[in-house]
Ligand binder design. Structure first.
Ligand SMILES: Nc1ncnc2c1ncn2[C@@H]1O[C@H](COP(=O)(O)OP(=O)(O)OP(=O)(O)O)[C@@H](O)[C@H]1O
Ligand SMILES: [Mg+2]
Length: 345
């Protein structure tokens, strides 16, 4: 089946850029000296996530802090196993955190919550998954898949109201309401991802965690899904956490980007700033991996490989520093001097 869209998809334009950042030294949520008075919708505050058992704990996410402003797209980028999904799942309350706090709309959502609070969060925060081929229940019809969240306690909708919501959600993502009676296997990858987006949208969320939403899709339909997400964001004032493997995808859709390596954020800045002044060797390595359109340039390009042993943190300990307004980097004093001189070259 080919892509079947009912609404035009405007080109993805970056939302108005905003500035903020994280500061591991502060006890409050990350706050940049350049941050405007913009509402923080999500605040991730020094969180740690561990797996394994008490004797052999494995720290998947370590002292991670960032804030996401209402209406922005915040990118989280890093290699496989760096903890991106774990952070997303912590926000959506699937993975418990062992340290720190997560706040949504100014209220704590980590730890134990009242039933009403839990229902509110279950509605307001939705997730879109990486692989639309495996994330949809094959035995359920599309109508049920999209409606599923509406069956949760607290909704009390009639059958007719539910159907109306589902039909609207399908139309909103460029699918036809008639698709409700079909099964997921009848759809292409791009359409399946649209079903995944409709499933999130039907809940009228405020915040969507998109976990590598286009990685599994054919290159030709990636832009369509990005454009759809961008349009929905504008129409509904949605806020996104956009998780990706590499920097090329996030450059044009994210206002700010955090680069994560082995469970720790190593650099955080506005997208263009990060591309103009990448400082951390891991960010530089990720940037060097982006293919260049010019084959000659590409042929002679030197791929940078990140070697974590370049950091000597035995005595001079690292922290998250704001090196330029809104641009944060994980470094010790010696490295800060080096990064400052790189900026002045
Ligand atoms: N439920 C779990 N039990 C044990 N270890 C886990 C669990 N979930 C994640 N991990 C481990 O935590 C680390 C971070 O995993 P996570 O899935 O968050 O990485 P990721 O950045 O999303 O990777 P990818 O790009 O491959 O999706 C990995 O080492 C992973 O093996
Ligand atoms: Mg993941």
């Amino acid at each position: 089946m080919t892509e079947n869209t009912t609404s035009p998809a405007p080109s993805a334009a970056p939302e108005e850029a905003v500035r903020t950042g994280g500061d591991a030294m502060s006890t409050a949520a990350p706050q940049s000296s350049a941050a405007p008075d913009r509402k923080k919708l999500v605040e991730v505050d020094h969180i740690q996530v561990q797996f394994g058992n008490k004797r052999h704990p494995f720290t998947a996410v370590d002292d991670v802090s960032f804030a996401i402003y209402q209406g922005e797209t915040f990118g989280l980028v890093g290699e496989s196993g760096s903890g991106k999904t774990t952070i997303g799942r912590s926000i959506i309350r699937i993975n418990p955190i062992s340290k720190g706090e997560i706040r949504f709309d100014g209220r704590r959502i980590s730890g134990k919550l009242s039933r009403a609070e839990d229902q509110r969060i279950t509605r307001d925060i939705q997730m879109i998954f990486q692989d639309p081929m495996s994330s949809l229940n094959e035995r359920a019809k599309v109508g049920y898949i999209v409606a599923e969240g509406l069956y949760a306690p607290g909704h009390n909708l009639t059958e007719a109201e539910r159907t109306k919501r589902v039909n609207q959600a399908l139309l909103d993502v460029g699918l036809l309401p008639e698709f409700s009676s079909r099964f997921p296997h009848e759809f292409s990858g791009g359409q399946r991802q649209r079903i995944g987006i409709a499933r999130a949208l039907v809940m009228n969320p405020k915040f969507i965690i998109a976990d590598e939403p286009i990685s599994a899709l054919d290159v030709s339909i990636r832009a369509q899904v990005l454009n759809l997400m961008s349009r929905l964001q504008k129409e509904r004032g949605l806020t996104y956490l956009f998780i990706a493997h590499d920097l090329s995808v996030v450059r044009f859709i994210c206002d700010r980007i955090a680069v994560i390596h082995k469970g720790r954020i190593v650099e955080l800045a506005e997208s263009e700033e990060l591309f103009q002044h990448p400082l951390h060797p891991y960010t530089r390595a990720l940037l060097s991996a982006i293919p260049q359109p010019d084959p000659e340039v590409e042929k002679h390009k030197k791929l940078l490989v990140y070697d974590p042993s370049v950091h000597d943190y035995r005595v001079d300990k690292p922290a998250f520093h704001e090196i330029l307004p809104g641009h944060f980097i994980y470094a010790n004093e010696k490295e800060m001097d080096e990064y400052h001189s790189m900026l002045h070259q």
